[in-house]
Design a protein around this ligand. Structure first.
Ligand SMILES: Cc1cc2nc3c(=O)[nH]c(=O)nc-3n(C[C@H](O)[C@H](O)[C@H](O)COP(=O)(O)OP(=O)(O)OC[C@H]3O[C@@H](n4cnc5c(N)ncnc54)[C@H](O)[C@@H]3O)c2cc1C
Ligand code: SF4
Ligand code: SF4
Ligand code: SF4
Length: 405
């Protein structure tokens, strides 16, 4: 009599983070990571190739995983790169870059999220300083893991030094995939608001490309101003193959508005299992928005240039800090201050009340229609936008203080 088959039961779609640990671990290549209509990646098992070994179930971090534990941060700093031009290339103070640079200097491999030539985001490896440029800056879209974990494992087994930088859920996925601690691995995660599926960004990018008649080569959601710091209004910057950069404002900036309003984040992001004070990573980096709210911090101009929050979570991170601290201006602060106006450090984002109807409409409607229906700033946001645009920075900070407390 033929035995009934037991196909693997991976975690449910609302818990899956697309970490691809299951895909990387399957010895029979029976798992493929496939996009749904939002471009969100999920594993699909080919039952003809699967031998029911159960490895993928044991490794899935959202089903418990292997060898996972969290670190309690013992040191928290505000920090920024002394090198002003590198700092400008990063989203906040450039701490992720400082750590990456130290790894490269020691002959190690740095993994991080970078766009490819088609503006699709994936984890790539950098082995030389110029290769770090693509990894710098926040990209507000899901990064595809691909075969990265399997390659990292080989590098670790060969005794190479490896730094993996990415979302907390992907650090967790990597650690579960490895299943044991490697003394030559360092991990860095971001305080993370959540990620949209690649399909949402793709649809927006194509809309921008047809509007401006050129291929987009770079999208910067929070650019720093050409002069001394961050632009105070809401706009993103697009770079193109042939034409000059375009400042994407108002309706042109609809993707960023939808991102800010939690309209199209992945389901797992609303119950994030990687955030919290204790982390799966060695380092945690973020924007230090709460700086100065509990303890004095006077140099206002530095805020406009971007200031990182750096948490040293593990003993390994505390030791490695010596390798790059000379590149930074830094000072020790507290978790209370670091998390004060950065709720995603310890709590998941709340979905937009219109998320479900957006998901219903997404495939049927054009980006124009979606932007008109779903991606507009509220009146309060508009008032703040115009006040910010026409007031000097000091008033902006007073307003921010009034708004955030
Ligand atoms: C989707 C997303 C949401 C975020 N939400 C918050 C938040 O709510 N609060 C907060 O304080 N900070 C948030 N950040 C982090 C913050 O914007 C900065 O990325 C962080 O402070 C690092 O800045 P940096 O100047 O040190 O490094 P940068 O030089 O800007 O380096 C960027 C680093 O982020 C990684 N990265 C960029 N985009 C992605 C991506 N899509 N997936 C995986 N890894 C990526 C790169 O691998 C690189 O290591 C978020 C970042 C992302 C990507
Ligand atoms: S049960 Fe084993 S063979 Fe089947 S998909 Fe999972 S890892 Fe692959
Ligand atoms: S291992 Fe990762 S990608 Fe696979 S089902 Fe679990 S969370 Fe999803
Ligand atoms: S919010 Fe959590 S689940 Fe979503 S991408 Fe960030 S770390 Fe992963």
């Amino acid at each position: 009599m033929e035995r009934s088959r037991r196909y693997p039961k991976l975690c449910s779609k609302d818990k899956c983070t697309a970490c691809a640990a299951c895909y990387n671990v399957c010895p029979h290549k029976a798992i493929d990571m496939q996009e749904d209509k939002f471009g969100e990646l999920f594993p699909v098992v080919d039952v003809n190739l699967c031998v029911e070994c159960g490895l993928c179930e044991r490794i899935c971090p959202e089903l418990g995983g292997r060898g996972l534990y969290r670190h309690e941060p013992s040191k928290i700093y505000y920090a920024w790169l002394k090198d002003a031009s590198c700092r400008k290339q990063s989203t906040s103070g450039g701490v992720a870059y400082a750590i990456s640079k130290a790894i490269i200097r020691k002959g190690g491999h740095v993994w991080g999220a970078a766009y490819d030539q088609d503006m699709e985001l994936r984890y790539v490896e950098a082995n030389a300083l110029p290769e770090l440029k693509g990894i710098q800056k926040s990209k507000y879209v899901q990064s595809a893991v691909g075969d990265a974990f399997a390659v990292i494992k080989k590098e670790l087994q060969a005794g190479d030094l490896v730094l993996f930088t990415g979302t907390g859920c992907h650090v967790k996925g990597l650690r579960s995939f490895l299943g044991r601690d490697y003394g030559n691995l360092l991990t860095l995660d971001l305080v993370c608001h959540g990620v949209p599926g690649a399909g949402v960004f793709r649809k927006y990018r194509k809309w921008v490309e047809s509007r401006y008649g050129d291929k987009m080569t770079c999208y910067i959601p929070r650019p720093k101003r050409a002069g001394d710091g961050q632009e105070l209004g809401y706009y993103a910057l697009a770079k193109f193959k042939h034409r000059d950069d375009i400042k994407l404002e108002k309706r042109d900036n609809s993707f960023f508005v939808g991102f800010q309003h939690n309209l199209f984040l992945r389901s797992a992001c609303f119950d994030c299992q990687a955030n919290g004070k204790e982390r799966y990573s060695d380092f945690t980096v973020a924007d230090f928005w709460g700086l100065g709210k509990l303890e004095q911090f006077k140099p206002y101009k530095e805020r406009t240039r971007g200031i990182s929050m750096l948490a040293l979570n593990s003993e390994r991170a505390r030791v490695f800090f010596e390798e790059f601290s000379s590149e930074l201006v830094y000072e020790e602060r507290t978790y209370a201050e670091a998390s004060l106006t950065n709720t995603q450090y310890y709590r998941s984002a709340c979905p937009s009340s219109r998320r479900e109807t957006f998901r219903h409409d997404f495939a049927e409607k054009s980006w124009d229609e979606l932007a008109d229906s779903y991606m507009k700033y509220t009146t309060k946001e508009y008032i703040l936008y115009y006040i910010k645009k026409f007031t000097p920075p000091i008033c902006y900070y007073m307003l921010n203080y009034w708004r955030n407390g």
